[in-house]
Design a protein around this ligand. Structure first.
Ligand code: FAD
Length: 405
């Protein structure tokens, strides 16, 4: 079956965080779109995410902060600890001055909030089981071929189809490459006594410690823990070199006690011991030179499809959300989709490159072996908390363009 050409005007490949947010941002600006999602159902995949104030400022523009606050936990600081001793190296404040929170949240909760908003929006059509297989530029627009055989006409295709982007592949772009590291993701029931290192933090009472994200650093590996699901669960991520993880089911069931974390901070070892068996996520990175605009300006990549990066700065979803708002604002104001696409790329590339450099810096600094780690600890320990916050102001203080027509 063939749909009439130019309906929808804007098609979005992928109903992940990038695609759903893009559709909502466009709708806020009066622009209809159709989201084409390969999966038959929107499964609750993934684990925890940190969403910093820059990303949450977009979701605030979409009036989605109240349900996100209810599902997530607001953090005051990120604490960096020595993996072995557990000693605090530094505490980085992440609370923003304008009150936009820094949330830790389960990816399924974020997706549920976005999907509910999309489903109740008459300007958005969400099609499941619609895998984008081909894209061809034709006079006046695009022909988008679905795997099931249907062809859809559009003026613009937004490729929000993730790290293995079929849209990028169709235009001959080099695929994302393995980084050589793997994230082992799991969850642990939260300690009912409340916050503490990596503890829960909703409804914090006077005298209880501030809610925090905890990162334990060590040679070749690190671990991160933070509360999700309104503080009832803790998300635990163990990052190792890809060859260093557990080799078999027995090691997996040993919850890493047999792995390189065995002699680390007893608080971390206890968390690992209580956790469900972790799931491995090999980490990929898209080539830095990958263009974001293709097909004579009629195809735009956003999110992981454009710039997948390892999660050392916890910004992959954040950058996807920022991309969505910047692209929507450009489409609402520029005369043509191609002009909007160019403006989007010009605005996003310097920021994405800077985040990418920060990811590389964190990878280096987090995994330093002794004696270099001692120097790192001394330098970080001497910097006042406000200076550590100021180092990241360029990242966290970014704010969404206004999304009002
Ligand atoms: C261990 C780990 C920890 C992380 N922690 C954080 C964090 O703390 N903070 C943060 O901001 N980010 C974090 N990230 C990164 C974040 O998860 C990703 O950057 C984000 O999910 C990317 O969203 P996306 O919408 O671009 O892609 P995806 O979420 O992958 O969505 C892509 C969608 O496209 C669909 N699709 C694929 N192909 C097609 C096709 N051909 N046609 C139609 N649909 C298609 C897929 O089914 C999917 O629904 C982390 C990642 C990892 C691995």
């Amino acid at each position: 079956m063939t749909s009439p050409k130019m309906t929808p005007r804007i098609a979005i490949a992928g109903a992940g965080i990038a695609g759903l947010t893009a559709a909502l941002c466009l709708s806020r600006l009066g622009i209809a779109s159709s989201v084409l999602e390969r999966s038959e159902t929107l499964d609750e995949v993934g684990a925890g995410l940190q969403l910093s104030p820059n990303a949450l400022s977009v979701l605030d523009e979409l009036d989605l902060l109240p349900p996100l606050r209810a599902a997530g936990v607001a953090a005051d600081l990120v604490e960096l600890r020595s993996g072995r001793s557990g000693r605090t190296i530094a505490e980085v404040p992440v609370r923003s001055k304008d009150g936009t929170p820094y949330l830790s949240i389960h990816r399924a909760d974020l997706q549920a909030v976005l999907v509910a908003a999309v489903k109740s929006d008459p300007k958005i059509t969400l099609r499941l089981g619609a895998e984008v297989a081909t894209v061809a530029t034709v006079a006046g627009g695009l022909d988008i071929g679905l795997a099931a055989g249907e062809t859809i006409g559009a003026a613009l295709l937004v490729g929000a189809d993730g790290v293995r982007s079929a849209v990028a592949r169709r235009f001959g772009l080099a695929p994302a490459q393995p980084t050589g590291t793997t994230a082992w993701r799991t969850t642990v029931a939260a300690d009912p006594k409340g916050p503490g290192p990596a503890g829960s933090g909703t409804g914090r009472e006077a005298g209880t410690p501030p809610a925090r994200i905890t990162a334990w650093l060590g040679p070749r590996r690190h671990a991160v823990a933070y509360p999700v699901r309104a503080g009832t669960l803790r998300n635990l991520v163990l990052v190792t070199r890809s060859g260093d993880g557990p080799k078999d089911a027995a090691a997996l069931l040993g919850g890493f006690a047999l792995g390189g974390f065995a002699h680390w901070d007893p608080r971390l070892v206890r968390l690992i011991g209580a956790a469900a068996p972790p799931t491995p996520w090999p980490l990929f990175s898209a080539p830095a030179a990958r263009p974001f605009v293709l097909g004579d300006g009629r195809v735009v990549l956003i999110g992981d499809a454009a710039h997948a990066m390892a999660p050392y700065a916890a910004q992959g979803a954040g950058m996807a959300i920022e991309d969505a708002a910047v692209l929507a604002a450009a489409l609402a104001t520029e005369a043509s989709p191609a002009a909007a696409a160019r403006r989007y790329e010009a605005a996003r590339r310097p920021r994405i490159d800077r985040v990418r450099r920060r990811v590389g810096f964190h990878r280096l600094v987090y995994h330093l072996p002794p004696p270099f780690s001692l120097g790192r600890n001394a330098v970080l320990g001497l910097r006042p908390a406000e200076a550590l916050r100021a180092d990241l102001a360029w990242l966290y203080d970014w704010r969404s363009p206004k999304l009002r027509p």
